[in-house]
Design a protein around this ligand. Structure first.
Ligand code: RVP
Length: 498
């Protein structure tokens, strides 16, 4: 018989990090890391491409806080591209193609547009894109909503003494103009009066409020989105690219599938996608990582079966304990200078440190973030406590939603059947405790990581894998790690005992 047993695979819970001599102060560490070959971010955390985790609200909050979100793909192409658009327009140094409204539009149309994009006003342009006015909250304040269908934008917009700037205005001059005239929006116009851009005061405030935000060269928040590799996947990728997506994640449960590798190769070879970074995943071995790198991936995502909602390891009997998977994949990634993302199985901040020491550049989180305010879905009350739905993308609910189309079943390479009896789930559905705003959850996760870096003696992320060393532990060691011999009477914000 051939030798078919690989060496022992370890999970996060199998190890602890050894303390080192250290001169690191937790509040002074630098957690800047590389998401892909070309994009860096201040916080090494990514929200998962799952329909109970990342839509526009989560993606905006992740990017503001220094990480990034991957918009899920279990929705139509148009809807997913619209989500990209919402994130890209949410905040910007200068908006080069601002949303506008026609003077003939009704106030009801305007109201809908503003609601959808969470904005408070728009430049008004004629059919020739010439600026003819501006309409903001101020103009609408004393108008009854009953009149919204009757009144047109041209009836209420501000058209006299418009404050505008030249197309090439500097940030400082724009700020001065906004301050001097006490206005909140500064349309930019060319010599003929065509609208060429927009600067808003909100963006100056946001920049101060979120100094770590992950932004593109134009000052817009960065966003990633999942794509498949079958059917209309190419159309989806193109629509997302046109909407301004920064990163595409070729999203499958088995990244070594030829079709997934072909998709990465095709995206990387098409000049139309040269400004979009491509992440490939998921793989669980060094060979898997190498295959992604050879296909041209700008980052490799690791995780076969560690997810909290994942049943692949029991349904298919396939998987690699995550710490070993990350370590092995990182060996190939490091040689090629390609970042490696540890996806799934992270429950405590200590797990993030373990993943980074094993060689990951960042981590992807699903269950830990699904309970946040910004995750899709409503809160439900169970036994006097609030929860939110969290489900695997391989669960029945996601692959065979009643009365709805599943757009992401190909993640598991399953035939397009309509009956839910014919789906082979690789995930489950459940509830996770409601955890409040993302910023509070990230504060604890990032703070925990700072503490790890202090113990290890790592000033930055690359020093984590240089200085960090693991010690393997036993079941008794794991019991000793968690609170024991006490009935917990208060929940810590960074420890839920399950
Ligand atoms: P976790 O953070 O442990 O909840 O894991 C999230 C990860 O689990 C996702 O990023 C994805 O890779 C994986 N996943 C998503 N759905 C399923 C499934 O149904 N099996 N698995």
């Amino acid at each position: 018989l051939p030798p078919i047993f690989a060496k022992l695979g370890l999970a996060y819970d199998d190890v602890l990090l050894l303390p080192n001599e250290t001169d690191v102060i937790p509040s002074e560490v630098d957690t800047t890391t590389r998401l892909t070959r070309e994009i860096s971010m201040k916080v090494p955390m990514i929200s998962a491409a799952m329909d109970t985790v990342t839509e526009a609200d989560m993606a905006i909050a992740m990017a503001r806080n220094g990480g990034i979100g991957v918009l899920h793909r279990n929705l139509s192409i148009d809807d997913q591209a619209a989500q990209v658009d919402i994130v890209k327009r949410s905040e910007s140094g200068m908006i080069t193609n601002p949303l506008t409204v026609n003077p003939e539009a009704t106030l009801a149309d305007l109201d809908k547009l503003c609601g959808r994009f969470h904005i408070s006003g728009l430049p008004v342009v004629d059919s020739d894109n010439r600026l003819v006015g501006i309409i903001t909250n101020r103009d609408m304040r004393f108008i009854a909503t009953e009149d919204y269908d009757r009144l047109k934008v041209k009836d209420v917009m501000t058209r006299e003494n418009l404050i505008t700037g030249p197309s090439n205005i500097s940030k400082e001059d724009a700020h001065d103009l906004l301050a001097k005239h006490k206005v909140e929006k500064l349309p930019l116009v060319d010599a003929e009066g065509h609208l060429t851009g927009l600067i808003t005061v909100k963006d100056f405030v946001k920049t101060e409020q979120y100094p770590d935000a992950t932004k593109d060269e134009q000052g817009r928040l960065r966003v990633a989105a999942g794509v498949g590799f079958l059917g209309d996947a190419w159309q989806r990728a193109s629509a997302l690219m046109e909407a301004g997506v920064d990163v595409l994640v070729v999203d499958t449960a088995n990244g070594q599938a030829r079709l997934a590798l072909d998709m990465i190769r095709r995206l990387k070879n098409d000049p139309a996608f040269r400004n979009v970074q491509i992440i490939g995943g998921n793989i669980g071995t060094r060979e898997g990582a190498q295959a992604m790198i050879d296909a041209g991936a700008d980052a490799v995502k690791v995780g076969i079966g560690p997810g909290s909602i994942c049943t692949t390891r029991v349904v298919a009997g396939v998987g690699v304990p995550q710490l070993t998977a990350v370590y092995e994949a990182a060996l190939a990634c490091r040689e090629a200078g390609v970042p490696c993302i540890a996806d799934g199985g992270i429950h405590y901040s200590g797990d993030i440190a373990k993943a980074l020491v094993a060689g990951a550049s960042s981590v992807m989180l699903g269950g830990t973030l699904a309970g946040c305010e910004e995750a899709p879905g409503e809160k439900v009350l169970l036994h006097g406590k609030q929860y939110k739905l969290y489900r695997g993308m391989g669960s029945l609910g996601a692959m065979a939603p009643r009365g709805k189309k599943s757009y992401s079943k190909d993640r598991y390479f399953q035939a397009d059947v309509t009956s839910s009896d014919k789906v082979i789930p690789e995930g489950v559905e459940g509830e996770v405790p409601y955890r409040g705003p993302l910023s509070a959850v990230l504060y604890q996760m990032i703070g925990g990581l700072h503490q790890s870096m202090f113990y290890i003696g790592a000033h930055n992320i690359s020093e984590m894998s240089e200085r960090g060393r693991f010690i393997r532990i036993t079941d008794a060691g794991l019991r000793e790690s968690h609170p024991h011999d006490i009935v917990m009477t208060a929940e810590a914000p960074n420890y839920t005992g399950f």
